[in-house]
Design a protein around this ligand. Structure first.
Ligand code: FAD
Ligand code: UDP
Length: 392
């Protein structure tokens, strides 16, 4: 086959799509994008289900960023629905509330305190926390547990038990102390009445959904997208040289898949957590009160998301929800590696693969899988723009 391409991109998620667009548009390069799935969009892919509800096939995605460049860049490809994500923990009631379910905001905040301890005691505890840490401050659960004051310690234990330990065990199979502290720090105790999940300057949902963003981004005369193809079937990497369909490829090769797969698990598998998504359609207008309800104490799933709250879709007769069940990724057919398990051992293994990739001058690892990081969408877009800045 004649080689017509100046750049090769593997994966059509945010990393691959943004990079492809930039190389094609700003760099004037002819770009080939190879995507294993039968659709573009990576894990942000959304579609209508059988009931006509817009669902996120690979889990709920809410856009939020403080990065103006990222926001403005994506705004070229979509308009936004103003959506502020709010999450509650749903827990079994105790004491006078035994036998009932209680909901309180997550991140755990001043309102959650009053729900847990009653208005008076909750207010007093909130005032005390504010006198120590400051109003509107965010304190991680691990930090809060360091405090020696008996009352603060009591609050820390309450939050640990009712918000973090069981959810984290379900999600990671490990306690909050055993996982990367940056992970639980994503959801700190917030000494505020602000009950939004994110405080970022720009947040919302793409007005027509995520998939159209990718379709528009990849719709460029210099871009060819081929879906349903595993790039590893067309690529070979040997002795610092990359071949596509047997021919030497000297242009940039941006790889956004899992790096251990690329090098055929030479040093063993990089560990990941996977998720099983169970979708249910119910014949009611709404199933729950919030976009996402976290089951932080009981149930086998971590959370239930109801898409209509997030997408603003109006449909009176039915609604679709998704329950997330986490498990250890084994690499078996049909499993997806969703979350890198960040710790020093796994990072060291990743660095071995990274060193291998550094032996290929035209190979670039980009994205949540290829960089083995816990990146949100906006961070990936920023990384992709930065790589494109270097390559054009
Ligand atoms: P991906 O989206 O994973 O794209 C990589 C693509 O490469 C995939 O389509 C894959 O099929 C393809 N690929 C891999 N290997 C090959 C190969 N050999 N050949 C061809 N193609 C290949 N972020 C937020 O900002 N807000 C959220 O609310 C949010 N919620 C999330 C919820 C869940 C459950 C998960 C798992 C993630 C969430 N994220 C969220 C993170 C977000 O999904 C990622 O930041 C983003 O999708 C990463 O983009 P990416 O291009 O790096 O990777
Ligand atoms: N977490 C928790 N309870 C919650 C919410 C979050 O224990 O109610 C912890 C858990 O360890 C989780 C991490 O905080 O993996 C990050 O949560 P986030 O909602 O950011 O996870 P994501 O949406 O990326 O899955």
């Amino acid at each position: 086959m004649k080689q017509n391409y100046d750049a090769l991109i593997i994966g059509a998620g945010f990393a691959g799509a943004v990079c492809a667009r930039e190389l094609a548009e700003r760099g004037g390069k002819r770009v080939l994008v190879l995507e294993r799935r039968d659709h573009v969009g990576g894990n942000a892919y959304d579609r209508l289900d059988k009931a006509g509800i817009l669902i996120h096939q690979y889990g709920p995605h809410i856009f939020h960023t403080n990065d103006q460049r990222v926001y403005e860049y994506l705004s070229r490809f979509t308009r936004w629905l103003n959506y502020q994500h709010r999450v509650v923990a749903n827990i079994p009631g105790e004491g006078a509330q035994a036998g009932q379910r209680v909901q309180m905001p997550v991140p755990f905040n001043l309102t959650s305190l009053e729900t847990a301890y009653g208005p008076e005691k909750g207010k007093a505890l909130g005032d005390k926390l504010i006198s120590i840490y400051g109003a509107e401050k965010k304190v991680t659960i691990l930090e809060l547990r360091q405090n020696d004051d008996p009352e603060i310690r009591q609050v820390a234990d309450y939050v640990y038990e009712h918000v973090f330990v069981h959810y984290t065990m379900k999600q990671w199979g490990q306690t909050p102390e055993q996982i990367d502290p940056n992970t639980t720090a994503r959801v700190p105790v917030f000494l505020s009445r602000d009950d939004r999940y994110f405080q970022d300057t720009w947040q919302g949902m793409p007005l027509d959904g995520y998939t159209p963003i990718f379709e528009r981004m990849l719709d460029h005369p210099n871009i060819t997208v081929v879906t349903g193809v595993d790039a590893r079937d067309r690529l070979s990497l040997t002795d610092g040289q990359i071949r596509l369909d047997g021919k030497l490829f000297v242009g940039p090769v941006v790889y956004t898949g899992a790096v251990d797969e690329l090098f055929v698990f030479r040093y063993g598998r990089l560990p990941y957590r996977s998720l099983d998504f169970k979708f249910e359609t119910h014949n009611t207008e709404f199933f729950q009160t919030h976009g996402t309800v976290n089951y932080t104490v009981d149930e086998d799933y971590t959370r239930i998301t109801e898409f209509k709250h997030m997408t603003g879709q109006e449909k009176k007769d039915c609604t679709t929800i998704v329950k997330e069940y986490s498990f250890a990724y084994t690499g078996a057919a049909g499993e997806t590696p969703y979350y890198a398990i960040i710790n020093s051992e796994n990072n060291a293994l990743y660095q071995q693969y990274k060193a291998l990739s550094d032996g290929y001058d035209n190979l670039y690892l980009l994205g949540r899988l290829a960089e083995y990081k816990y990146y949100n969408m906006d961070a990936i877009v920023a990384q992709a723009l930065a790589l494109a800045d270097r390559l054009v």
